[in-house]
Design a protein around this ligand. Structure first.
Ligand SMILES: Cc1cc2nc3c(=O)[nH]c(=O)nc-3n(C[C@H](O)[C@H](O)[C@H](O)COP(=O)(O)OP(=O)(O)OC[C@H]3O[C@@H](n4cnc5c(N)ncnc54)[C@H](O)[C@@H]3O)c2cc1C
Length: 379
């Protein structure tokens, strides 16, 4: 395993830093305050190939590998967690599901639009009553000649309002049967398909999170992804990759928090000297740096397995669990190092602190990651 970034990864990181300084940093606190989802930024990210990172070039994507994807998501997350979350959800979930399980016709129809961000993608598994236990979902699809009729709703869906297309996993069989669910592609504007309440969130506020509602929504049979009954199994495979992206996002947020805390601790003076001179502060920085290094290795290990098409469920759970908890600790310690200023919106620490918390929740909570890991090691 090579521990240093490739030339391509270094180039990508530099490109994102430049882009972020120009197009994200100047406005991100405004988006954070107003909860604006800045669609125009995603269109620009699409022009750079960052909305179809893993999509092969024949479908209009950048055709990159997972290790490069880790760099993309972590570098965006280092600047703004909310933009990073949307980049991760668009790439890994909606686009990733169609890329992994779509037929040729579906791939040709949707991937070029998604990879360039002409269309924004959403992916919906979670419902009001079923989050961690998503297999017990209530939203149903019933066959009617050449159509499926969908009724119910999905909750906490990234890009539920601004998304142009959604992959939706719904019940087509018995409750409790992991083969009783199927995945469909649904385009915005389909009668009976609408968005509902937008969440007012603690963090990740530039990323849009809302409900999706299905009211006798008729979807043509050709929009079924893979075979009937495979939806839940597909979703779990999509999440294996998705969790690497949330781990990368967490890594980026933690790195951002450390960078800000390092700078501040050298500038802020108390008792006649920079606070970095106090061992209590220096040791916090040392802990943050060590944990970030370990989180990064877990991300790249999972990415490497994914690139080599090897089983990755356990390693992506390790990466997601560890990196997200590290991110929360880094955000918390950054606020502490900034002292009272860390508690204000004028300084960057509080945003890292707020944004980081989503990483221990979305795409499977830390408790669920531990269940996945325990199941594997207790086999
Ligand atoms: C900003 C944001 C964006 C999101 N984007 C999407 C999206 O695009 N698409 C999508 O489908 N979903 C999305 N989600 C939903 C997210 O995946 C769920 O919130 C998450 O899976 C947890 O589900 P829940 O919120 O219902 O919590 P619950 O499942 O109700 O969990 C509550 C608590 O109980 C714990 N718990 C549950 N079961 C167990 C158990 N068996 N053992 C021990 N502890 C347990 C959990 O760990 C948690 O601490 C998003 C959520 C947020 C907040």
């Amino acid at each position: 395993m090579n521990f240093s970034l490739t030339e391509n990864q270094q180039m990508i990181a530099e490109m994102i830093r430049d882009f972020g300084e120009k197009h994200i940093r100047p406005k991100m606190m405004e988006w954070d305050k107003t909860q604006e989802f800045p669609v125009e930024v995603f269109k620009k990210l699409g022009e750079l190939g960052l909305m179809g990172v893993l999509v092969p070039q024949e479908y209009g994507g950048a055709g990159l590998k997972y290790n490069e994807y880790v760099t993309v998501v972590s570098e965006v997350g280092k600047i703004c967690g909310g933009i990073g979350l949307s980049v991760a959800a668009h790439n890994s979930l909606c686009t990733g599901h169609i890329l992994q399980f779509g037929n040729e016709e579906q791939k040709k129809k949707y991937l070029p639009k998604l990879a360039t961000a002409e269309w924004i993608g959403a992916w919906s598994l979670t419902e009001h009553g079923t989050g961690s236990d998503s297999g017990r979902m209530r939203t149903t699809a019933v066959k009617d000649d050449d159509n499926w009729v969908i009724n119910g709703s999905k909750n906490f869906i990234t890009h539920a309002i601004s998304g142009d297309v959604a992959v939706v996993i719904v019940r087509t069989g018995q409750k409790g049967d992991s083969h009783g669910m199927s995945a469909f592609i649904i385009e915005k504007g389909t009668p009976g398909f609408s968005s509902g309440k937008k969440e007012d969130k603690l963090g990740m506020r530039a990323s849009e999170t809302a409900e999706l509602i299905f009211d006798d929504c008729r979807v043509p049979a050709e929009n079924l992804l893979g075979k009937e009954g495979e939806g839940f199994i597909q979703a779990m495979k999509v999440l294996d990759g998705g969790r690497i992206s949330i781990a990368s996002l967490a890594l980026g947020i933690a790195k951002g928090a450390l960078e800000a805390a390092l700078k501040y601790s050298k500038e802020r003076e108390q008792f006649g000297q920079p606070i970095a001179n106090f061992q209590a502060i220096a040791f916090k920085l040392a802990d943050m740096a060590t944990e970030i290094e370990a989180a990064e290795l877990l991300c790249f290990h999972a990415a490497d397995l994914k690139d080599r098409h090897l089983p990755v469920t356990r390693q992506s759970a390790y990466a997601k669990y560890y990196a997200s908890e590290v991110s929360v600790r880094a955000g918390t310690e950054a606020v502490q190092i900034f002292g009272g200023y860390g508690y204000t919106r004028e300084f960057p620490a509080e945003k890292y602190y707020r944004d980081s918390k989503l990483c221990t929740i979305g795409e499977g909570t830390s408790e669920i990651q531990k269940m996945v890991i325990a199941k594997h090691i207790l086999k």
